[in-house]
Write a protein that binds this ligand. Structure first.
Ligand SMILES: [Zn+2]
Length: 434
């Protein structure tokens, strides 16, 4: 399919989806119970699917999971031949980014207001695609993500439960340098550059003060920006270490944007929780990741969109060339991660490609040798563990939030079923049912 046809197809899908989701039900009160049942239930813990299973919900939470025949409730939603799964989790989104807008030009031609409006639209689209939780890896306009999280938590805007970065922490001239213009051009509102241990510490503290849930540090160069190449380590070891030290002191985690093999290892030695992208992970890096009990969060589908849809997505030629050079390495890194049995978490970089297409990442991973069940676990239990939320989301177990989705067929037979989510519930509220 040509790239313009593909974008048009995505737009048609979006229209249909919005038309089908006008009614939003209220969550059942704590006095009333709701049973959601279907032919199969996958609980996110990796075991065989439960046949003719049910999830009993009271208020926002799951009360019981088991054979549907043994359960009674005040209200029943019978999803028939469908498969119920935990709500999906994407550890790497950019919800406030308007797809097709280059972030550097957005800084020169837009205001944070536009990012907020598109954030609300994109959050809804992402939720309707079955993603009930997301870790948002940073807005173009700092701290707009914090306002988006607020509006979602308050119930004003439908969207996934969010952990947000607030602002990138980037070295001057590095992957997150929002001032990659002439020295005479300034974007005074965007203060995301930090050089040296003291500045990095201050940047991390500033983000947490403003309400960030974790710190995103740009350990290496990037595909999607100018400056040093993706493989080059950008922050020194002491700079990485102080970011983690400060995050730990606040009881939060550090996520490293890292492409190059040495940058990955440096970030792991510093103690980051997740390696995002991880394009050039090598054998030594895989061993270190395992020893540090960290999580590998590759983003593979985005590379396909950069190469295939760059014109429609308005991606500059030099960034397309960077992706072309790195794609084979990314696939090799994923196979290394599989061979080492690493904790692989689901991540996408949605925002570079259309929000709502997040689940297309699954087929790429399964195509590279991951089992469908492991791919599902990566976006449920494993992702929840990675962000410290295993006690509330990621699996269908008593006490967890009633965040669940359903697909028409069996995702273990066809992983692409996850691209066609039919039913979405978050915290006991049905957002999508068709
Ligand atoms: Zn990203």
């Amino acid at each position: 399919m040509k790239s313009d046809e593909r974008v048009r197809a995505a737009a048609i899908g979006l229209t249909t989806l919005l038309a089908a989701t006008t009614a939003i039900a209220q969550p059942p009160s704590a006095e009333r119970t709701l049973l959601v049942k279907a032919a199969r239930v996958i609980d996110g813990r990796g075991g065989a699917p439960l046949v003719d299973g049910g999830v009993l919900i009271r208020g926002e939470r799951i009360e019981r999971v088991g054979p549907a025949a043994g359960m009674t409730a005040d209200e029943v939603i019978d999803l028939g031949a469908a498969t119920i799964l935990p709500g999906l989790i994407d550890l790497h989104t950019h919800l406030t980014d308007e797809v097709g807008t280059n972030w550097e030009s957005a800084l020169l031609t837009t205001t944070p207001g536009r990012a907020a409006i598109y954030g609300a639209v994109n959050a809804r689209t992402t939720l309707m695609a079955g993603f009930t939780t997301a870790r948002d890896m940073g807005p173009t306009w700092p701290y707009v993500d914090i306002d988006l999280r607020y509006a979602i938590d308050k119930g004003s805007v439908p969207g996934p439960r969010l952990q947000v970065a607030g602002n990138y922490v980037s070295a001057t001239g590095g992957a997150g340098d929002a001032r990659q213009f002439s020295i005479y051009v300034d974007v005074p509102i965007v203060r995301n550059l930090a050089d040296g241990v003291d500045q990095v510490r201050q940047a991390v503290r500033t983000n947490f003060k403003q309400g960030a849930d974790f710190v995103k540090i740009l350990a290496t160069g990037a595909v999607m920006s100018k400056g040093i190449p993706p493989g080059a380590q950008q922050y020194s070891d002491p700079e990485l270490a102080v970011a983690v030290e400060e995050a730990t002191r606040w009881g939060r985690h550090a996520a490293a944007h890292a492409h190059g093999a040495e940058g990955i290892k440096a970030a792991l030695r510093a103690g980051v929780r997740t390696i995002d992208h991880g394009s050039m992970l090598d054998e030594e890096g895989a061993r270190l990741l395992k020893a540090k009990d960290a999580y590998f969060a590759p983003t593979l589908y985005v590379g396909h969109t950069i190469l295939n849809d760059h014109a429609a997505l308005n991606i500059p030629a030099h960034q397309v060339e960077r992706e072309r050079a790195i794609q084979g390495t990314q696939e090799r890194a994923f196979r290394i991660a599989l061979a080492h049995g690493l904790k692989i978490a689901f991540a996408t970089d949605a925002g570079v490609f259309p929000h709502g297409d997040n689940a297309r990442e699954f087929a790429v991973r399964v195509g590279l040798g991951q089992s469908p069940m492991a791919a599902i676990e990566s976006a449920t239990r494993v992702a929840a563990e990675a962000i410290g939320w295993a006690d509330r989301v990621g699996t269908l177990e008593p006490g967890r939030f009633a965040d669940l989705i359903a697909v028409a067929g069996d995702p273990l037979a066809d992983i692409r079923e996850l691209e066609r989510v039919q039913f979405v519930m978050k915290g006991g509220t049905v957002y999508k049912s068709r």
